[in-house]
Design a protein around this ligand. Structure first.
Ligand SMILES: Nc1ncnc2c1ncn2[C@@H]1O[C@H](COP(=O)(O)OP(=O)(O)OP(=O)(O)O)[C@@H](O)[C@H]1O
Ligand SMILES: [Mg+2]
Length: 294
């Protein structure tokens, strides 16, 4: 059944590809994940997305973990409908998009595999057409939610970059390592952000330990990269409570500078102004990649 659906989808995508002569930007998809919950994925995703958008980049942030108070809380917005409503034909893509700043758009997703149940419906075609609204995105950050469920694995497969977030506590490190081990069966490049660190030295120390264990046990193919750290900072937790972005509220704080450094690293990876077929950009690009891994 799933194989059949995937075939149909591929036909639809191929059809759209032919139709779309228009060229779009290549969107870079960055999935943010973790082993343990509550380590700061949504905090980092939202502030990093904001910081990238402040550079003039067109940024989308996709909440793939909707339902568990997340990005809607971070951005202090109310979500009524999500991508599932679009696939069901109950809303248009434009209806569900929530503009945060001029260059930043929140795309409410749906947790679970339910999205894919609708993937062979006739609405999909309309969805692909409408999703072109997002073709101009330079980067889409996907906040995946914790753990390594089946649908999260699909995102991890589809993304250009996978970032595992952990905090220094031993339980979180163990879970982060287990997650990296699973991701290593899907792909061989993973990066890490150490959140709630005391300082750079502690963060690098934790990363080096994880990297050593990974090299000894997972093997040489895995390319584990240190993307950066975010300091433990009361300005971060108080901002979350106030539903504000610390990178905007306290731009000179150490933690906001940490976000800046992460932003610079991510921005370096973007292939700016690369023109591609619009099926490789925005939401349709993501969808196309997701169904490839059925
Ligand atoms: N650098 C930091 N300094 C201080 N507190 C932090 C920091 N990062 C995150 N927090 C705190 O941790 C809490 C959890 O963060 P967040 O909601 O981003 O985690 P999450 O990984 O998205 O959680 P979930 O797995 O439930 O989606 C925040 O409410 C915030 O108070
Ligand atoms: Mg979250």
């Amino acid at each position: 059944m799933i194989g059949h659906q995937a075939e149909k989808l591929e036909e639809l995508v191929a059809l759209n590809t032919k139709e779309q002569k228009k060229q779009s930007k290549k969107t870079r998809f960055i999935a943010i994940t973790s082993g343990k919950g509550g380590v700061g994925k949504s905090t980092i995703s939202s502030n990093l997305a904001y910081s990238l958008s402040q550079q003039g980049l067109n940024v989308g942030i996709f909440d793939a973990d909707i339902g568990l108070a997340n990005l809607d809380v971070m951005f202090n917005v109310k979500i009524k409908k999500n991508i599932l409503h679009v696939l069901k034909g109950e809303a248009t893509v434009s209806d569900i998009l929530i503009p945060i700043t001029r260059n930043l758009i929140l795309i409410p997703g749906e947790s679970g595999d339910e999205i894919l149940k609708y993937s062979d419906m006739v609405f999909f075609e309309r969805f692909m057409r409408e999703a072109k609204v997002l073709d101009k995105l330079d980067v889409m950050i996907i906040d995946t939610g914790a753990g390594i469920g089946e649908h999260i694995q699909m995102f991890l497969n589809a993304a250009d970059d996978v970032v595992v977030v952990t905090v220094p506590d031993p339980a979180a490190i163990t879970d982060a390592y287990a997650t990296i081990k699973t991701i290593a069966t899907l792909r061989n490049d993973v990066s890490m952000i150490i959140n709630q660190a005391k300082n750079e030295k502690e963060a690098v120390g934790i990363f080096d330990k994880i990297k050593k264990v990974a090299e000894d046990n997972i093997g040489g193919n895995l390319n584990l990269e240190f993307l950066g750290k975010v300091n433990k900072d009361v300005k971060v937790s108080s901002s979350v409570k106030q539903r504000a972005l610390f990178a905007a509220k306290y731009p000179l704080s150490v933690s906001a500078r940490d976000i800046d450094l992460l932003m610079q690293k991510v921005a370096c990876k973007l292939e700016r102004n690369v023109l591609v077929n619009s099926n490789e950009s925005g939401l349709s690009g993501l969808y196309k990649r997701l169904i490839k891994h059925f």
